[in-house]
Design a protein around this ligand. Structure first.
Ligand SMILES: C[S@@+](CC[C@H](N)C(=O)[O-])C[C@H]1O[C@@H](n2cnc3c(N)ncnc32)[C@H](O)[C@@H]1O
Ligand SMILES: [Mg+2]
Length: 376
């Protein structure tokens, strides 16, 4: 892979900082931050480094990679697997990452519905027959709102020592700016996109005429559809092989939301219980130094409500209280905790999520906790 290079020209050493491949990835990352696409596909994703960087962009909910070479994709694809921290604290957003083995010369329905498609240093690796099919697959079939294509600018090659024909032995061609721009303009016109040109890897002072080392075309669909496009010649048969799929834990998934809510509720309930018992204990301590007697006093204090007034007490009070060996914490009290409130949205949803997961009193208005082992 032609990731980074350092070259010498007659006036000195060309060293890109950050390395050129990083500048390309950062260019894409900046675009993502600016336009906030939800679904991004990287074609010719190789070892998935760009996909790995993009998974940290919180706007993205679907990430897909495609490469003709399964081996290169598998090299580091473990980096796309959710981490233990993702399970411990599931994120608000949902994220699904998939990797497919296949060619950009073939259409597959799994590539439909994307907002942004990136093709970084891909097209110069395509055979002539593949390059011919590429525009119809990407712009005609996938038809995302935005496409980014980067490729070497051959005019820069004179500044790169040792480059006689192409920068990389697998390159099938390298275009100068006029060639790339002419191909890109034709493609954009045919599929109703506009295109703007830029690049990364600035030339040294005094050599600005050669342009950027990497030339980039950013294509934007002229008439973005607000609803599903009319199905014209959309194959339903898969042409790619899915080699990886990761569904990240998300609070949008009720299972993870319920876990998060119940953990937060139990944590808050324990804090409330602790503070209530501490309060009762401190009252007992005021009168007595003897631990055995203190325990008895506490027993007496916690019995301050009889069982039959329990329901009435919960209804009237939003404050926790003790009856017998049980602490009652009104659900309204727990729901008023900002994090619980924010996770659940409504009191009804909160009740639904905790029902069956925590112990509630007979009319489900309060959470019940045992005072056992807490007397001391
Ligand atoms: C130079 S690498 C670029 C990798 C990556 N995009 C980056 O910028 O680091 C080109 C990649 O395109 C892949 N490729 C070549 N022909 C392809 C095709 N027809 N369909 C899909 N991927 C292809 C190669 O396997 C290789 O991983
Ligand atoms: Mg290349």
């Amino acid at each position: 892979m032609d990731k980074n290079f350092e070259g010498k020209q007659f006036t000195g050493v060309i060293k890109f900082t950050p390395p050129l491949y990083k500048q390309r990835y950062e260019f894409v990352q900046d675009l993502v931050r600016k336009y906030e696409p939800k679904k991004v596909a990287d074609l010719g994703c190789a070892d998935c480094t760009l996909l790995w960087m993009l998974k940290f962009c919180s706007c993205i909910e679907v990430l897909a990679g495609l490469d003709i070479c399964e081996t290169v994709m598998k090299e580091k694809m473990h980096r796309l697997t959710p981490l233990p921290a993702d399970y411990l604290e599931p994120s608000e957003r949902s994220l699904i990452v998939t990797l497919h083995q296949g060619s950009v010369a073939h259409k597959d329905p799994c590539m439909l519905g994307f907002d942004l498609v990136t093709c970084i240093e891909l097209i110069e690796h395509l055979q002539e027959s593949e390059l011919e099919k590429f525009p119809e697959v990407v712009f005609g079939f996938m038809a995302p709102n935005m496409v980014v294509i980067s490729t070497p600018n051959s005019e820069f090659n004179t500044l790169l020592p040792g480059v006689t024909v192409f920068r990389h032995p697998d390159h099938k061609f390298e275009w100068d700016r006029a060639q790339f721009q002419s191909w890109a303009q034709d493609t954009a016109e045919r599929y109703e996109y506009s295109v703007e040109f830029t690049g990364v890897g600035s030339p040294p002072t005094g050599m600005e005429d050669v342009g950027f080392c990497t030339q980039i075309g950013v294509f934007v669909k002229k008439y973005p559809q607000t609803r599903e496009p009319v199905q014209r010649e959309k194959p339903t048969e898969a042409a790619y092989k899915t080699v990886f799929k990761a569904v990240y834990p998300s609070l949008k998934d009720e299972k993870y939301l319920q876990n998060a809510v119940v953990s937060e509720v139990m944590f808050r309930a324990q804090l409330i219980k602790r503070s209530l018992l501490d309060h009762l204990l401190s009252e007992c301590e005021e009168y007595n130094d003897d631990p055995t007697e203190r325990k008895l006093k506490l027993q007496c204090s916690v019995n301050c409500f009889s069982e039959d007034v329990e329901t009435l007490a919960v209804e009237k009070s939003t404050e926790p209280f003790v009856s017998g060996n049980v602490i009652y914490i009104p659900l309204r009290k727990i729901f008023s905790v900002p994090k619980v409130n924010q996770l659940c949205g409504t009191f009804e949803k909160f009740c639904r999520l905790i029902t069956g997961k925590v112990t509630l009193n007979s009319d489900s208005s309060a959470l019940m906790l045992d005072t056992e082992n807490e007397e001391n």
